[in-house]
Ligand binder design. Structure first.
Ligand code: HEM
Length: 386
């Protein structure tokens, strides 16, 4: 993925309009939906663009070891089921997440953040993505799920390894699944007040396999985007003069920067598959039944048809597509929990290290190359040791 993604989306739009033909890794064809109205339409109309990858007319092009296969495969989790089955999963997840006390979560995040900052505060320098931004949401979600302390550090490491897509990713995935399977068995025998217990005792009556899939979605969906929300907001706060002048003055700027990041640098830049149920037109393109569409949230958020003056700011408007839209949008309680985790992480860091400064020029910071995400690879900073 290009460093200048905004420029890339502009070029695609100029050449193809609001829906562009693209090639995913391995030259696999798909449509990238760049227009806000078109992206909104595709996400809203699950009856026309559904989540059933069995429809895909390009499966014969996909090699068995295609790296994106796990992200597009069919599973019985909330992310992939549709209709009444989706409502069954989604309602239960909404209830389970809504039962998390945001004050208790904030308190837990403050403790985790202090502990993480303690580990590098006397050094005067740190790399914040791996020592902080990735770890904060992983540990916060581990706490919500009631993952025992003795398992947390390996679990956090495995979650981070999984998203690095390196050689150990598959083994990390296996260990995470084994851990969640073990916890489901334990909680079936002796339920507690954690999210795993609430999910498996919910009247939706999930099987162990269904619970495993959904809990894995909570772990994965909760960690990576929240980590990049933290990292992208810290970059904005530290690199942009508009925020630098207010940083010392109070916390209001943190909320403003977080809101701006949701429009300008959405942590999930493009969402994985929707498949066209019928042949038809979208954004002037002829889409065949079974074609795959990728919803381009980052491009749609910057669509000049809905934001003719990008420098004007959002003015509190939250109609971005960063949390998705329609049946499969990010559950509202999850968005609130993500906000508590991200905001607490950023506020504690800035309270503890008030003269935090980027260790390299902002333009030298590197972005993750995966097309699905918008997040920094590393975030090196300096500060006065304490
Ligand atoms: C900055 C943080 C987050 C962002 C940007 C984000 C974004 C998204 C997006 C875009 C989707 C929809 C994908 C699609 O339609 O294909 C989604 C779904 C989901 N997210 Fe989030 N998310 C965040 C945090 C969280 C957290 C903290 C949790 C839970 C702990 C969570 C749980 C879920 C679940 C369960 C789904 C699946 C919903 C469904 O398919 O019905 N997310 N998220």
């Amino acid at each position: 993925m290009s460093h200048d993604v905004a420029g890339l989306y502009r070029r695609l739009r100029a050449e193809h309009g609001t829906v562009a033909p693209v090639l995913l890794e391995g030259d696999i064809p798909a449509w990238l939906v760049l227009g806000y109205r078109e992206a909104h339409f595709v996400a809203s109309r699950g009856d026309l663009y559904d989540r059933d990858s069995a429809r895909w007319n390009a499966w014969d092009l996909v090699p068995p070891d295609w790296p994106l296969r796990p992200a597009l495969g069919k599973a019985d989790s909330v992310s992939w089921v549709t209709g009444t089955e989706h409502a069954r999963h989604s309602d239960a997840i909404h209830e389970v997440l809504a039962a998390v006390d945001p004050f208790e979560l904030r308190h837990r995040c403050e403790r985790i953040a202090d502990e993480l900052v303690d580990a590098f505060a006397d050094r005067g320098q740190a790399e914040l993505m791996y020592s902080y931004a990735h770890v904060m949401p992983a540990r916060a979600v581990a706490g919500m799920l009631g993952i025992p302390d003795e398992d947390t550090s390996e679990m956090v490491q495995d979650l981070v390894t999984l998203f690095d897509h390196g050689a150990d990713a598959l083994a990390a995935h296996g260990r995470l699944m084994a851990l969640v399977t073990r916890l489901i068995t334990l909680r079936r025998d002796s339920p507690g007040f954690d999210a795993i217990s609430r999910l498996i005792t919910h009247p939706a009556a999930f099987t162990d396999e269904e619970a495993l899939q959904d809990i894995f979605v909570l772990l994965a969906a909760g960690q990576q985007p929240t980590a990049y929300w933290i990292g992208n907001t810290l970059r904005l706060l530290l690199a942009d003069a508009r925020f630098a002048t207010t940083l010392a003055g109070g916390r209001r700027s943190v909320g403003q920067a977080m809101a701006e990041v949701l429009w300008e640098d959405p942590p999930i830049a493009n969402f994985t598959g929707r498949w066209a149920v019928h042949t038809g037109q979208l954004g002037g393109q002829r889409i065949q039944a079974g074609d795959m569409l990728v919803i381009g949230a980052a491009a749609a958020n910057a669509d000049p048809d809905v934001r003719p003056d990008p420098s004007a700011g959002s003015g509190g408007n939250q109609a971005h597509l960063t949390f998705g839209h329609g049946e499969h949008r990010c559950p509202f309680p999850a968005q609130e929990l993500a906000e508590v985790i991200a905001q607490t992480s950023i506020e504690v860091l800035l309270d503890r290290l008030p003269d935090l400064t980027l260790a390299v020029p902002a333009d030298d910071l590197l972005w993750n190359q995966a097309i699905w995400v918008r997040g920094l690879t590393v975030l090196p900073v300096t500060f006065t040791p304490s």
